[in-house]
Each structure stands twice: as C-alpha cells, then as structure tokens.
Design a protein around this ligand. Structure first.
Ligand SMILES: Cc1cc2nc3c(=O)[nH]c(=O)nc-3n(C[C@H](O)[C@H](O)[C@H](O)COP(=O)(O)O)c2cc1C
Length: 341
C-alpha cells in the first residue's frame, strides 16, 4: 500500500488508540510486522501551546503517522507543520472520535456533520504540509446521516492521500458490528487508498475484510491489545479457525520486552503503573486470570509487578496440560506445545 509518496511494506496498520499507542506500543507492533503505526490523537491546540516536546516520536520509529484533532483550520495546519518538523512521516486528521469532550468543541466525529468545515480544514492542512495526508472517519453522525462516501470524496478533492474508515456512526460509539459494506462503498467512491477498520481480531478477518470490501489496507485497534502477533501471523490455511496462539513462554518474553520499552520511555517511577493495562491484555483469558487481574491495579512498583507476573505464569504453567486449549479472551486456541507442562 502506498499513501501519497509513502510506500509501506505491507497493508496492516496499527490504529490510533488514545492512552495506548504510545512509542513502546508502536514499537512492539512494528517489530511484529505492522507497516504503519498511528500515534494516539494529539490535540492541535495543545501541540501549539506546549510546543514540540508535547509530541514524542521515538528514534528510528518510522514510518509513523501523527494523528491530530481539532476544529480550527489554521491551528490544525500549523500543528501539522509542527508534527512534520518533529519527524512525522504522515499526518492524519481525526474525524471519527465520538467522545463528548472532543465532539463538544466541534472536533472528531462532529466534523462529519459539516462538509464545508471539512473542506476548509483539509485545504488548509494540505497547503501547510508536503507529507502524506490521511483522514480517519466514521460512517457518519447517526443512522439518518451516513455520509462517509461524501466526506471521502471531499477529502480526495482536497488532496488527501488516503482515507481510513471505521464504519460505525458516532451515535453507535463502539456498539454493534462495524458495517463492512460501507468500506466497500467508500472504496468504490474514490480513487485514493482506503484503509478498512473495525472488529479485526485475527489475520483471517483481516484477509476477509480485504477480499469482501476491496479496501487497500486494514487497520487494527483493539485486536492488537496484548496481541502484537496479529501483525505477523500468516492466515494461510487457518480458515475460519483461529491461528495458533503464542506459547506461555512467548507471552512472558513479550511482557518483559514490552515492559523494558515502557520503563525506558516513562522512567522507573511510572513504568509499573503505565504497564498494568498491558499485563491485563497479555493475560486476558488465561487460566485463573480474574483473580490475578483483580490485584493488578495495586501493583505500582516494578519489583512487585514483575514478581506477581512470575508467580502467575508459574501457576498457569502448573495448571495447563500440554496442548490443551488455552482461552485468550475472544480467541480460543491451542497452545503450541508448552514446554514442561
Ligand atoms: C481505547 C480507544 C482509544 C481510541 N483512540 C482513538 C484515537 O485517538 N483516534 C482515533 O481516530 N480513533 C481512536 N479509537 C478508535 C480506533 O482507532 C478504532 O477506530 C476502533 O477501535 C475500531 O477498530 P477496532 O475494532 O480494530 O478496535 C480508539 C478506540 C479505543 C477503543
């Protein structure tokens, strides 16, 4: 997939996830084959007020797309320039966030209600930066106002290089199922690349979205939580069945590797607190996880968190017979010959 002048190595990309897709998480996804990672949404106003230090792009972290939210064309344009100067390989404008504090001041999904404003913003940002520019949209505001194809066409006419679409309305939030048919409709309405998004939890579903909708790339959000392997797994031959899960040893190694990145990025003082949610996701669905999860929020120091992880994995290893089914949340899979089980 190519977004403007940016040639990607594949067609699976990491979605922007506020509070989650920080540098360590993006790095982990990249190491597993993700071809483009989006930052969490960054306030255009905040970036201009606080300056470049508000946006941290890691060394060697490329390609990365910086997602901006805001409602003022000039401020968004200036913020896009700043993001470009900090090292963004691409700029993305958020037109899909449903949160009250974002749509209230007229940003995120609220913009889809005002095609004229969309045009003003995209023209201003396009004039301001040379970097590849994309827009992330939803289906529309509500069932009565599904205008994703119209907004995509406007974006294309303003010089935008790609559209990603999460086909739920703002009113739907994250409920119900993503309407993949709409991804196909958007794809047929424009010539620039379309990245489909919504409910991808396995490589098989990613392949199915590509085939059913004709989209050029697939964006994965929640399916990557505690599961960076999703970017690297081959779907060939897995059919409707789920692919093989990582072994307990692989999971444990990943937790330690991810934690080391988090510690290097945030410092020892904040590392455990920042990492608790990832431990939750890496262990979701494993045997006896509920009782382990209930203790996580109390583990604020590195040593106590790592010790709890070790004893939990010892417990699971003792209790999991070789080749038994290991449930991993939304996936029910066969462990790959756990050693010593
Ligand atoms: C916790 C959370 C944070 C999110 N933050 C952002 C964000 O900063 N910008 C954005 O455009 N979308 C954001 N989204 C939406 C996701 O990028 C994605 O569109 C949505 O989760 C559907 O894809 P999925 O089913 O693969 O998760 C967020 C979603 C979640 C669950």
């Amino acid at each position: 997939m190519k977004i403007g002048s940016l040639q990607l190595s594949g067609n699976l990309v990491l979605a922007p996830l506020s509070g989650i897709t920080d540098y360590p998480f993006r790095q982990i996804a990249r190491e597993h084959g993700c071809s483009l990672a989006f930052t969490e949404m960054v306030s255009a106003d905040g970036l201009l007020q606080k300056g470049k230090s508000f946006l941290r792009i890691g060394e060697g972290e490329h390609p990365v797309s910086v997602q901006l939210f805001g409602s003022n064309p000039e401020i968004l344009a200036e913020a896009a320039q700043m993001a470009e100067s900090v090292g963004a390989d691409a700029i993305d404008i958020n037109m899909g966030c449903p949160a009250k504090q974002i749509v209230g001041p007229g940003a995120g999904a609220d913009l889809m209600r005002f095609p004229g404003k969309v045009k003003e913003i995209l023209r201003a940002v396009r004039r301001a930066v040379r970097s590849p520019l994309s827009v992330k949209i939803r289906s529309g505001w509500d069932e009565e106002h599904i205008n994703a194809a119209e907004i995509s066409k406007i974006s294309e006419d303003c010089g935008v290089d790609a559209i990603s679409i999460h086909p739920r309305t703002r009113v739907q939030g994250y409920g119900g199922r993503a309407d993949w048919d709409l991804i196909g409709k958007v794809k047929r309405a424009i010539r620039i690349p379309v990245v489909g998004n919504g409910d991808i939890t396995t490589p098989f579903l990613a392949r199915r979205m590509l085939e059913e909708t004709g989209c050029d790339g697939v964006m994965i959000g929640r399916g990557a939580l505690g599961n960076p392997w999703i970017f690297g797994l081959d779907d060939s031959g897995c059919g409707e069945a789920e692919p093989t899960a990582p072994t307990l040893d692989e999971r444990k190694r990943m937790i330690h590797h991810h934690f080391a990145l988090v510690k290097a990025y945030y410092g020892k003082r904040w590392a455990a607190k920042k990492f608790q949610k990832h431990v939750y996701w890496y262990t979701k669905g494993l045997r006896g996880c509920a009782s382990f999860h209930s203790k996580l929020s109390g583990l604020k120091e590195e040593e106590e968190l790592l010790e709890a992880i070790q004893s939990y994995f010892d417990f699971v290893q003792r209790r999991t017979p070789c080749q038994s089914f290991v449930s991993t949340g939304n996936r029910s899979v066969i462990g790959r010959g756990e050693k010593g089980l």
